[in-house]
Design a protein. Structure first.
Length: 299
């Protein structure tokens, strides 16, 4: 399998023309009243670990479901933890998956490819049926993985098959961040607004007509505000920093370490902030659009 390394900058032009996601509004624009179920919040300290590939026993990386169940049908998202110097044998998967590096460095490519170590904030996809290896180095190697249809299986390289999907490896240094205040959204023409320094990086999909899409959101140090989802589902995983999450009903604030998760269904407002001295990066998977609303917007 010949790996195709695609820089996010090459895809950016296409994304910007179709994206209306991550709309930005000042706090003066009041969200409409909503009746919502309680969102789900899972702290990194609360996840339950098990083997990613039970057939390998103690040699398998550890994994933990965040939403859905990778062992059954349907979409799911889960964490995978690799020990230092881990390297898998050549293998395939029955389904295509996407991955975002949370900590450490990860290499995922054709067995004969030159090593490309992806650091925190990097993004990759592995097509179904493609022979590859996965390796990791560092004292704490953690990644978020998601699939569109389970179960997630690890199969021998001899069972390789072709897929319409293509492998992608995007180093964090090649991700293009856009200041949300610089984007003109099609459904709010001429609106001048700011999210107080928040940025977005479009990775995949199209939010129009409630389609699935994936975006990285960067909240600057000291950011306080809201992320308001409009689609049928909203799922977010903290990749970097220590985001603060206001629990519904004002019952307290939870600190979301990297690997922590929050999600909801339907219209929902999530109150989030980042620490005064450290930015936060959050991966958002949404069916449809979402807004980033700063509590102290600046023109």
């Amino acid at each position: 399998m010949k790996n195709i390394r695609i820089l996010i900058s090459l895809a950016l032009a296409l994304f910007v023309t179709v994206w209306g996601s991550a709309q930005v509004a000042s706090q003066s624009i009041d969200p409409k009243p909503e009746v919502e179920p309680t969102p789900q919040v899972i702290l990194m300290s609360e996840v339950e670990w098990g083997p990613l590939n039970p057939a390998r026993g103690g040699q398998s990386p550890r994994a933990s479901n965040l939403w859905g169940d990778r062992a059954h049908s349907g979409a799911s998202g889960f964490l995978v933890e690799f020990v230092d110097s881990f390297s898998s044998p050549p293998h395939i998967h029955n389904v295509t998956y996407r991955g975002v590096v949370i900590s450490g460095t990860i290499h995922n490519d054709d067995p004969n490819a030159e090593e490309m170590w992806l650091p925190t904030g990097s993004y990759w996809t592995q097509p179904a049926g493609g022979v590859h290896i996965t390796a990791a180095k560092g004292s704490n190697n953690l990644a978020y993985i998601e699939i569109e249809e389970g179960p997630y299986l690890v199969l021998p390289a001899e069972e390789a098959f072709s897929s319409d999907d293509k492998p992608i490896n995007v180093d964090a240094s090649n991700i293009v961040w856009l200041d949300v205040s610089s984007i003109t959204w099609s459904d709010r023409p001429g609106m001048a607004a700011s999210a107080n320094g928040a940025k977005v990086a479009f990775l995949w999909g199209n939010p129009q007509d409630d389609r699935l899409n994936g975006t990285l959101v960067k909240l600057p140090p000291g950011f306080t505000g809201k992320i308001r989802s409009h689609g049928s589902t909203f799922r977010a995983v903290v990749i970097q920093g220590r985001a603060q999450y206001q629990v519904s009903g004002g019952t307290g604030v939870k600190t979301l370490e990297p690997g922590s998760y929050f999600g909801s269904k339907g219209e929902r407002v999530h109150q989030v902030s980042s620490e005064a001295e450290e930015e936060s990066i959050i991966y958002v998977r949404s069916e449809g659009k979402f807004d980033i609303i700063s509590a102290q917007s600046k023109k």
